[in-house]
Design a binder for this molecule. Structure first.
Ligand code: PXL
Length: 284
């Protein structure tokens, strides 16, 4: 009998315009040969980063019925990938989802989307970070940026440049929360480059992968990164190599966007970079 496709559950919002969360996770992970079941937590007209007047249809009420229906169908997932979650109630419901679908063989990847550049996103209260920390405790892999890492570990945020000893301290504090594998984004040691650091608590290995920095702040890049990372992990890449694939994909998508001169709120040109991602993943 043919082996079934690997399958993940992606639990994020749908921001109709602006390329982030599900409109990024679904195409990237599907292109990498992995089936994506989507559990939308909210429908927005745009993401909340830099737009005003966006609509926000909360779907909290649907999360448990969707969980129950999927369970009744005996569906299983090779990974569960969560991103932007809008409330404490959603954090609790996603915890229940983990309890329902976690097995000894699958993995939970939590991207604790809540902050960047030293600041919480406007819609979150400081207490939300504590709830997100609890969710991270249940993950196998977490993918915070340095602002989120500070919030999760209850330490103050430093804008960088960083030293290796500082980054290693952050990685170990994050792993002490529970996850075996940490991928920290927004790491840089000088103004020329930018990338990610990884820590595998099982092997004790710490690795860095940096690329030449493209100036400017582009929205949705955390989701582009997280989706490519998960695609690489599920395609058998070790954590440090998966992070390298994700950095290359994200930076190249940003580079294409910078060349096109698009509004930075509109997301990055990941679509045009998918062929390079598939080569990097050795799928073509
Ligand atoms: O890319 C993260 C993200 C996802 N979803 C929504 C957001 C953001 C970041 O601002 O606003 C709705």
């Amino acid at each position: 009998m043919a082996k079934r496709l690997q399958r993940i559950a992606a639990i994020h919002d749908i921001s109709g315009f602006g390329k982030c969360s599900l409109t990024v996770a679904l195409p990237i992970i599907s292109a990498a040969g992995i089936e994506v079941s989507v559990l939308p937590t909210a429908v927005l007209s745009t993401h909340t980063g830099g737009f005003t007047g966006f609509t926000y249809r909360d779907l909290t009420e649907d999360i448990q019925p969707i969980t129950d229906h999927w369970k009744s169908l005996d569906i299983c997932f090779d990974a569960i990938y969560t991103g932007f979650l809008g409330s404490f109630e959603q954090l609790d419901l996603v915890t229940k989802f983990f309890e329902t679908f976690k097995t000894k063989d699958n993995l939970i990847l939590v991207d604790p989307v809540m902050a960047d550049n030293g600041e919480l996103y406007a819609i979150f209260s400081p207490e939300f970070a504590l709830g997100m920390r609890k969710l991270c405790e249940k993950a196998d892999i977490i993918v915070p940026n340095l602002t989120e890492a500070a919030l999760l570990t209850g330490t103050s945020y430093h804008p960088g440049p960083y030293s290796e000893s500082y980054i290693e301290g952050v990685l170990k504090k994050l792993s002490a929360l529970g996850p075996q594998k940490i991928v920290l984004t927004g790491v840089f040691f000088d103004d020329e480059s930018l990338g990610a650091a990884t820590y595998d608590a099982g092997s004790g290995e710490i690795a860095y992968y940096l690329e030449k920095r493209v100036p400017g702040y582009y929205h949705g890049t955390g989701d582009v990164f997280g989706s490519a990372l998960l695609a690489a992990v599920l395609n058998g890449f070790p954590l440090n190599e998966a992070a390298a694939v994700a950095v290359r994909f994200t930076v190249e998508s940003i580079r294409k966007t910078a060349q096109a001169g698009t509004d930075i709120r509109f997301g990055v040109n990941f679509e045009q970079t998918i062929p390079e991602l598939l080569k990097d993943l050795r799928l073509v």
